[in-house]
Design a protein around this ligand. Sequence first.
Ligand code: MTE
Ligand code: MO
Length: 394
Amino acid sequence: MSDSGALSRRTCFQRIAFLLGGLALWRRVQPAQAEPAGVVETGPQTVRVMRPYDAETPVREFASYLTPNHRFFVRSHFGPPEAALIAEADWRLRVGGLIEHPLELTLKDLKQFERITITAVVQCSGNGRAFHRPKVPGVQWERGAVGNAQWTGVRLRDLLAKAGVRPAAKHVQLQGADRPVVASVPLFTRSIPLEKAVHPDTILAYEMNGRPLPLLHGAPLRVITPGWMADSCIKWLTDITVQADEAKGYYMQTAYRVPVTAIQPNSGLPGTSMVPVEAMVLKSLIASPGNGDEVGRGPVTVQGVAWSGESAITTVELSFDEGRTWEQARLVGEDEPYAWRQWQFLWKPKAAGSASILCRATDSAGQVQPQTTAWNPSGFLWNGWDRVTVTVQA
Ligand SMILES: Nc1nc2c(c(=O)[nH]1)N[C@H]1C(S)=C(S)[C@@H](COP(=O)(O)O)O[C@H]1N2
Ligand SMILES: [Mo]
């Protein structure tokens, strides 16, 4: 064997070693729960908790109408289920309880029902928790635990009609395949009132923005309750139980509740006057410019989004003087019932230096977005005016 052959063989080994090292490094930088092969879309997110993976979307993403799947905020209590529990060959959706005909459906069976696409905002009840004063424990979400996506699937109502709901039914319990690491921790078992379950816009989604539902967002099937907070949007769905009562257990009877009337911070739980979080509240966000950006003196395009659970956005206003006066932004783009509405404003800064932009929305129910949100023990439903502080160049 010639020297050159030995050399090239060594080079070859070095190359293989280099590639293996690269592969090891690549695997290390993947998020804890990467997407299944074929739909790998990892991208920068603001990670709040690593295990289970909780991350929010950088607010500049909200300059676009639809939030891309790989940037869409991620939240779950225990992380995705073991792969075997949701592998397409074995996964089944069971419908039981107060019904005439129990169902057990494969994904293929499910896709026989009418295909529906709805654009809807999905938002964590804790979005904005970090802004409540006094501070509230829990994931310190700021502005990005929300997104707007196109969800495709079937109506929950169509499945329930096939199963035949009995008269005593009042609630629909929803259970995913995800399990706590420690068996003593309760399952994430939730229920929604029958009325919401049979609403024609409540769907079981298997696609998100035209792609198969990503693992982190609930593959193969999740609930979408348009207009309602995301704690009803059960991911990795496997069991639907029609019943007379609300779901039992921690995540329905204790967590995800807010006081009916305002309470004093840290005054203890008012007990009976806590109700489940359901509809989203009126809210708006400034997507651009971003906090800390430098902007020129020429007209600056200020843009963002606004949404309100079950009402339409009628006005978005901006203030450049700490809320003394307000100027109206222009509503632009798509206008769909449960989606957010985009808005724009052409701003001509009057002076160089630091400037704050405030934003608030009004909806068709006549509500105006408040300056701050009433304190509540879990820090839910934050919808105070949004604020961005920029530096105007001289
Ligand atoms: N099975 C299951 N579904 C779940 C959860 C969970 O822990 N388990 N978390 C809920 C909460 S609190 C939120 S905010 C949304 C987040 O959805 P996303 O990760 O697709 O943004 O999923 C909801 N659905
Ligand atoms: Mo959430």
